[in-house]
Design a protein around this ligand. Structure first.
Ligand code: HEC
Length: 191
């Protein structure tokens, strides 16, 4: 398949459809992990079928649509960084072994470095060490971080970062706690 793709003998969209068929065939629904987990929404499909390189104009327009759909809470967006730290280091939630409705985690550590003390962390995303110390914690910065966690695709259409608020994985309160983790000067991220 890869060779034919490289030679341009099959269009990428066809390959992406084959992948979807395999996912539909092999994913076993169990408990709360139902088949909707392997159904892409329109935005994800645009990314998958263009190998994460949609036309720039289209990407810009879809990012703007995603941004408009984020329900930003009124008032301060900074919660409690101590709760935020627990949420960032928690990779559970939404699995068939989790109680439906139980608070989920953000899995941030899976892709980002968050404190100098962490023994292990993923590197798919950039290190967030000293994020607030470098960027400040103005209302605009709070809004950016809240929005990025709620729906990363509003800022980068084909981001590999999950849309944690949009998908219902995290609540608005939990996202505020994560904003504080990144931006509060006393959080370990900024030490
Ligand atoms: C599956 C991997 C993954 C997970 C899980 C993840 N991220 Fe990300 N994140 C990324 C990637 C990749 C980028 C860089 C590309 C982009 O900006 O979309 C990124 C970018 C960011 C940025 C923007 C950085 C900048 O320089 O502006 C922030 C803030 C962020 N992530 C915070 C978080 C937080 C907080 C969590 C947990 C709730 C989280 N991420 C979970 C992959 C991930």
């Amino acid at each position: 398949m890869k060779v034919l793709l490289a030679l341009g003998l099959i269009p990428l969209a066809v390959c992406a459809q084959d992948v979807q068929k395999v996912l539909q065939r092999d994913f076993q629904p169990r408990g709360q992990a139902t088949m909707d987990r392997v159904v892409q929404d329109g935005v994800q499909r645009v990314c998958t079928e263009s190998n994460d390189r949609p036309p720039a104009e289209l990407a810009k327009q879809l990012e703007a649509d995603q941004l408009k759909s984020i329900p930003f809470p009124q008032g301060s967006l900074m919660g409690d960084w101590k709760n935020g730290e627990r949420i960032a280091q928690n990779g559970r939630g939404g699995q068939w072994t989790d109680a439906p409705g139980a608070a989920g985690g953000g899995s941030c550590y899976n892709c980002h470095q968050l404190s100098p003390q962490e023994a292990s962390f993923g590197t798919l995303g950039p290190s967030l060490l000293r994020f607030g110390a470098t960027r400040g914690n103005s209302p605009d910065m709070q809004r950016y971080v809240y929005g990025k966690i709620y729906n990363a695709k509003a800022y980068n259409l084909c981001s590999q970062m999950p849309r944690l608020g949009y998908s219902g994985t995290l609540t608005p309160e939990q996202i505020k706690d994560l904003v504080a983790l990144l931006l509060d000067p006393s959080s370990p991220v900024n030490k």
